[in-house]
Design a protein around this ligand. Sequence first.
Ligand SMILES: *Cc1c(COP(=O)(O)O)cnc(C)c1O
Length: 383
Amino acid sequence: MNHSSCIELNTEAYKHNLEFIKSQISKHTVFSSVVKGNAYGHGIEEFVKIALNAGVDHFSVYSSYEARRVYDVIKDENCTLLIMGDVNENDFEWVIKNEIEFFVFEQIRLQKAKNVAQKLGKKALCHVELETGMNRTGFTPEEIDNVLSFFEKNKDTLKFKALCTHFAGAESIGNYVRIEDQCRIFLNVKKHCEETGVKPEIYHTCCSAAMIRYPSMHFDMVRVGILQYGFWPSREIFIEYLKNKAIKESPLWRLINWKSYIMSIQKVKTGEYIGYGTTYLAGHDMKIAIVPIGYANGFSRTLSNTGRVLIRGERLPVVGIVNMNCLQIDVTGVENVSIGDEVVIIGDQGDLEVTVSSFGELSDQLNYELLTRLPLDIPRFIK
Ligand SMILES: *Cc1c(COP(=O)(O)O)cnc(C)c1O
């Protein structure tokens, strides 16, 4: 398929990041690779293949829709798949039949899981999500006794696989008190489970930020997304890490490289406007390269007159307004520039790099948001 741009994924970078993550957890703690949001924009199918090859055997997604996509890649492997959010009404049978694990945070879901498992003669593998202060999903501590007795009563159909929770912003020091409260609530309920004897097989709480910041909360598994792709959950966590370790450079590598090419080259005379409207006035005779990438392809319109790309080893500015399907780059003075030349939108070329965070800061998007909004139709390649 010949698309106007492509995304390349660097396998070596993944192995490197995986080593970093493993260095943060004990060998008894399972690493679950979080691949929701199209594997943070990397492409579920391609990314899961890379992770499998690197030895990963646990994946977490948000929805049963995403689970189906992961399942198609891992079905012949010895892997665990966990749904942390939405199980579509029509997917319950598929999920339970294929021993896919899932969060339960509602009495209705628990009842549904029991009914479907009973009908199939299978066990539903449930991760009980505890509401500890995020106020999103989860059973409150007050509801837990009911949940425990429901599991006790339905031992044949429901497996109490895990007790888990999610922190409300572990990537920011400002949330410290709130997270500490969450930890305390989780530990209390964990103790309660142990005392009553209705205990889960495993406990888990940590996302990337919490894995770095709250080692005592790792328990049996960590659910890591953003770090494995080579990005920090926040600048704050990154700087804190550098400071604590007295190092200067991030131990993480970016996997993603997003590239296009020059489609056309134009000469523009002094005093002419470039592109739609009057936002860019040529102050001298200019040479402009047209690149077939626009806001429809994930290149934000807020990068009009501010974005940068790499061509022939030079960092060059976007001039004028970013269009739906193309943008204009000032290539005045770039020697031998020609149609078909590689254009790096995110990634490196020669000694230069456009990082996701620089791109994100200019367009005022979080790493997470920028990555997950990369359109599904851009082809992904494993390198
Ligand atoms: C997204 C998510 C994670 C992973 O978060 P990162 O910050 O990307 O590591 C972990 N747990 C839950 C419940 C999530 O929704």
